[in-house]
Design a protein around this ligand. Structure first.
Ligand SMILES: Cc1cc2nc3c(=O)[nH]c(=O)nc-3n(C[C@H](O)[C@H](O)[C@H](O)COP(=O)(O)OP(=O)(O)OC[C@H]3O[C@@H](n4cnc5c(N)ncnc54)[C@H](O)[C@@H]3O)c2cc1C
Length: 392
């Protein structure tokens, strides 16, 4: 076991840092606008594309670089630390491309992979519905075969970036009248978000940001060639994909700047004539948070390493996401407590420390432990699949 990075990996990290420094100096992005991972800039994504940093881990035959997941982790870690705007290509790079490479027809690969890798198109995920979230097999949106297309009707919910994406990765019921169990009746499709019958309605979250949406599908025609993989096998395909959604270091660093600002705050702020760091209670919570951050980071590294060994980190990714997202939630909570009443002020207030980053993160924090699989569901995966507690 070697806890150090290779020289090549160290050089790659430096290359990414140099790129980000130069982009920041040129004013090509404002980190403050991208907090909580929501910076969406096709221009910035195109710059990353020119560096070969979209599809970094994809096979070379599909335009990727064939690099390791550890390299991708290094890239992501630096992007998140700098609060770079990567939301345009983030989903396509992490999930859509790999799923297409794994399950898609050659025709779909040829149509979509080059455009993803060049940051020409973005995707959103159309999985969840009003009555299907954790229990994803209960999806009720139907896709019925008619001639050379599927006729799609239903409603999707919590569709992040649905208002900006060109395409949706859709899960729908292809065999609605069969007696088969729900999970054997679902299929995956590529949905053109501009197709007739697709209506996207904004949902404003508690932080007053338009990040996710409701998507209504009324008699939408999806040409048959946009079925991904095998009909009725969509649920099994998704179960393989979500592992990669849960595995990344983004689950640890969505509110990374809160950590930095909190450290700065306790170093520089005085209360009753003493710096906050002089209070042993403050030192105790800060060092506990720091311990958790380091454990989370090692968990993320170990998941990347597991993928690089050719294994699917089902249980490992669940452990990682449970731990990291709960850390992020605690960080937001403790930061608002330590910053006191001022820490509860939102961006825009002149009295808010660090332009309200702690309060903003506090409002986003319930979503950390929900999106991409809730803590309770992941704990069941850890217990039943990982520890094999299910004996019948
Ligand atoms: C910020 C954010 C962005 C999102 N973006 C997208 C997106 O782009 N596309 C998309 O399709 N979806 C998206 N989602 C939806 C997300 O996948 C769901 O919220 C998640 O799967 C939970 O489903 P639910 O909200 O229906 O809650 P439910 O499944 O109704 O769960 C409610 C509560 O009950 C608990 N629970 C449910 N079942 C069990 C069980 N068997 N055992 C123990 N506890 C249980 C859950 O843990 C949770 O606490 C997003 C969600 C958030 C918060």
């Amino acid at each position: 076991m070697d806890f150090d990075f290779t020289d090549e990996q160290k050089r790659f990290r430096e290359e990414v840092q140099d790129f980000l420094k130069s982009e920041l100096e040129q004013g090509s992005f404002d980190p403050r606008q991208n907090s909580m991972g929501r910076g969406f800039s096709q221009e910035f994504s195109r710059k990353m594309a020119r560096k070969g940093w979209i599809g970094l881990t994809w096979p070379k035959e599909y335009g990727g670089q064939g690099r390791s997941y550890m390299d991708r982790l290094i890239l992501m870690e630096e992007m998140l630390r700098a609060q770079a705007p990567i939301a345009f290509h983030f989903l396509t790079d992490r999930q859509v491309g790999p799923a297409l490479i794994h399950f898609g027809s050659e025709e779909l690969k040829r149509e979509f992979l080059p455009r993803i890798i060049e940051a020409e198109i973005s995707f959103c995920l159309c999985f969840s519905e009003p009555d299907a979230g954790s229990d994803l097999a209960s999806v009720r949106t139907t896709a019925v075969e008619e001639g050379d297309y599927y006729l799609v009707n239903g409603q999707k919910l919590w569709t992040s970036m649905g208002h900006r994406a060109d395409y949706g990765w859709l899960l729908a019921k292809t065999n609605p009248d069969s007696n088969l169990p729900d999970h054997k009746t679902l299929s995956e499709f590529i949905l053109d978000m501009k197709a007739p019958g697709v209506t996207v309605q904004p949902l404003i979250n508690i932080a007053e940001v338009h990040s996710f949406n409701e998507v209504f599908l009324d008699d939408v025609r999806i040409p048959k060639k946009y079925l991904v993989g095998k009909q009725d096998k969509g649920f099994d395909q998704i179960m393989e994909q979500v592992v990669y959604e849960r595995a990344g270091i983004e689950r640890l660093m969505q509110n990374y700047t809160v950590r930095e600002h909190l450290l700065e705050y306790v170093k520089t702020t005085k209360k009753n004539g003493k710096y906050l760091w002089e209070d042993p209670t403050i030192r105790n919570v800060i060092s506990t948070l720091e311990t958790e951050f380091n454990i989370g980071r090692l968990l993320c590294y170990s998941v990347a390493w597991t993928i690089d060994q050719g294994k699917v980190p089902n249980y490992e990714a669940s452990v990682c996401k449970v731990f990291c997202t709960q850390y992020e939630k605690r960080l937001s909570d403790i930061a608002t407590q330590i910053m006191g009443l001022y820490g509860q002020l939102l961006p825009g207030s002149k009295w808010a420390p660090y332009d309200g980053v702690a309060a903003e993160s506090y409002l986003w924090s319930p979503s950390y432990t929900l999106q991409g699989g809730t803590v309770e569901i992941l704990k069941n995966i850890i217990a039943l699949r990982g520890l094999k507690l299910q004996t019948k």
